[in-house]
Design a protein around this ligand. Structure first.
Ligand SMILES: [Zn+2]
Length: 287
């Protein structure tokens, strides 16, 4: 599932290659990928020029010159691909935007959990896709103090806390494992038992990990899945310190631990039992 670094990489590609192009025609193969009225969506975006892009968490949008926008949540397997006008449209393509430049922008989604929505750029808060989405993990609007305050009332583990998009938007299962490893915190540490100093460090490493992953163009796992707007894979998989590395040596300098995989809330969680032992003791000491 694409997380903040992957969605940001796609957004940057669209910003670079799509802005100033015009949507001449929309061919919609499935109405159920559109949030709201599909006919209204098609009528509103046809003929519009793309003037910019935006993103919050895992939701990105294209800004159109009429003050509207196209919001996109890729969810599990959605892809936005910019291809030549002559390109064969791949399987599972649900929308084709024919562009003034002669190219096409495709929305492809094998599992069909992703959604597109017509947005009003002046009132993004009303969008279904952005409902319950808190501040972006990289936004300066988000402070460690906000997280400390939100965590105070949460007995859930810090992993679940960071995955809740209302607290901080953009983190999913891969990066949460990487972030907690780098912060040296056990994923089950109750959020309210993370100290203020640890929370400040946690927000700092969150941004470090996400920025680093953006520089690598995001993470494409060995079985594929995520691609950027030009159909290229991200290179961060080689850099991951815990995710997908069960049984391998920890990459923290001087650590002799081996990465383990445990199930938490039904999802695979990778951690180093040696450098992430810290919060574990706190989980055992329940009040
Ligand atoms: Zn370790």
């Amino acid at each position: 599932m694409p997380e903040l670094p992957e969605v940001e990489t796609i957004r940057r590609g669209l910003e670079k290659y799509l802005v100033e192009d015009t949507i001449e025609k929309i061919v919609l193969m499935r109405n159920d990928i559109i949030c709201g009225d599909a006919d209204d969506f098609v009528a509103s975006v046809t003929g519009e020029r793309v003037v910019g892009t935006g993103r919050r968490g895992k939701v990105l949008w294209l800004e159109l010159d009429g003050g509207t926008g196209i919001g996109v949540h890729l969810r599990m397997s959605g892809r936005l691909l910019l291809v030549p006008g002559t390109a064969q449209v791949p399987k599972h393509t649900h929308l084709v935007a024919k562009l003034g430049s002669g190219r096409q922008l495709l929305y492809v989604d094998a599992r069909r959990f992703g959604r597109l929505e017509l947005l009003g750029l002046d009132h993004l808060g009303e969008a279904v896709l952005l409902r319950n989405i808190g501040p972006d993990a990289l936004s300066e609007e988000l402070t460690a103090e906000d997280l400390i305050e939100a965590a105070a009332s949460h007995g859930i583990g810090i992993k679940q806390f960071l995955l809740d998009q209302r607290h901080v938007a953009g983190i999913g299962n891969i990066y949460v494992c990487e972030i907690l490893h780098r912060a040296g915190l056990h994923p089950a540490t109750p959020a309210r038992r993370v100290t203020p100093a640890e929370m400040r460090a946690l927000l700092r490493v969150t941004r470090e990990v996400l920025q680093e992953a953006i520089e690598y163009g995001g993470t494409t796992l060995s079985d594929g899945g995520y691609e950027n707007a030009l159909g290229e894979w991200g290179g961060y998989r080689q850099v991951l310190r815990v995710y997908g590395r069960e049984g391998e040596w920890c990459r923290t300098e001087g650590c002799r631990g081996k990465i383990v995989r445990v199930k938490m809330a039904g999802r695979s969680t990778y951690l180093c039992p040696v450098c992430q032992a810290k919060g574990k003791r706190r989980t055992a000491r329940k009040p």
